[in-house]
Design a binder for this molecule. Structure first.
Ligand code: ADP
Ligand code: MG
Length: 260
């Protein structure tokens, strides 16, 4: 059979098997093989690794899009030396995504500017890379969405939407206090996710302040009880990275300046 016919059939078969990357790069892969003369096994291995690598990259890109991260932040560009209070070993362990398989939660505490959001995004990306579904939201946006859904009779659907991701990142809890009704919606979400999937929360408020954040001590205790039951805690105490950059640029004098 002519080479052209076989070539056309291989391309057709690859596309039916949805091995798009090999189908697209077939000629380049064939000429490389003609040059390097790998064994049949090595050639097959290279083709399959190529396809798997390409599928993985597409899956990660899609997962990152779905997660709605507010910025691109990675663990590689996080300067751990600047923030020695951070348990780096724990962060590295969390980046494996194993806590998600165990439906454990993560709470990140610290003052403004110390890298809480940065770490939350970086851990979220790592979770996507490890194959988990992730959704990132600010606490304010989450509560506004749930309240609106409740008013419009769509609460069940919205709660389901926020219950589905294997990892839900709720950023900046406590910057704005919740209305009592919103606090109740947050409790419902936490109760639904409890022991089923992981929630990562960043907050500038220590747990003793959560009563004030939620406007209700009993509700705050019920929320904390579920969040902390199977959880990892990252405490960050240190200087604001934002202020460090401003100081470097000579924008600040010696006086204390608020970080926000
Ligand atoms: P927080 O959420 O704690 O208020 P952010 O994570 O938003 O702080 O950090 C503020 C800015 O400083 C972001 O641009 C972040 O990427 C950067 N940043 C904070 N800490 C570090 C760090 N240790 N290394 C590198 N960049 C950092
Ligand atoms: Mg933040």
């Amino acid at each position: 059979m002519s080479r052209e016919i076989v070539h056309a059939r291989v391309v057709e078969s690859l596309s039916r098997l949805r091995m798009r990357s090999i189908a697209e790069r077939l000629d380049a892969l064939l000429s490389e093989a003609a040059r390097t003369e790998p064994t049949y096994l090595d050639f097959l291995d290279k083709m399959l690794c190529e396809e798997i690598g390409s599928k993985q990259r597409k899956r990660v890109a899609m997962g990152i899009q779905i997660a709605h991260f507010p910025a691109i932040k990675t663990l590689e560009d996080f300067d751990f030396k600047f923030q020695p209070s951070i348990d780096q070993k724990l962060v590295r362990e969390l980046a494996t995504g194993r806590f998600i398989a165990e439906a454990e939660n993560v709470l990140v505490f610290g003052p403004p500017g110390v890298g809480k959001t940065h770490l939350a995004i970086a851990l979220g990306r790592a979770a996507v890379e490890a194959g988990h579904s992730v959704l990132f939201t600010s606490a304010t946006a989450l509560l506004a969405t749930l309240s609106k859904a409740e008013t419009e009779g769509q609460l069940a659907e919205k709660l389901l939407f926020y219950t589905k991701p294997k990892l839900l990142v709720v950023d900046e809890l406590g910057y704005l206090p919740f209305e009592r009704q919103s606090a109740h919606l947050f409790f419902q979400l936490v109760a639904r996710r409890y022991e089923k999937s992981s929630t990562l929360i960043t907050t500038n408020q220590v747990v003793t302040q959560w009563g004030t954040v939620f406007g209700d001590e009993v509700l705050a205790a019920a929320i904390l009880d579920r969040l902390l039951h199977h959880s990892h805690t990252l405490m960050i105490s240190g200087d604001s990275y934002r202020l460090k950059q401003k100081k470097k640029a000579g924008l600040l004098g010696g006086n204390a300046v608020s970080a926000r």
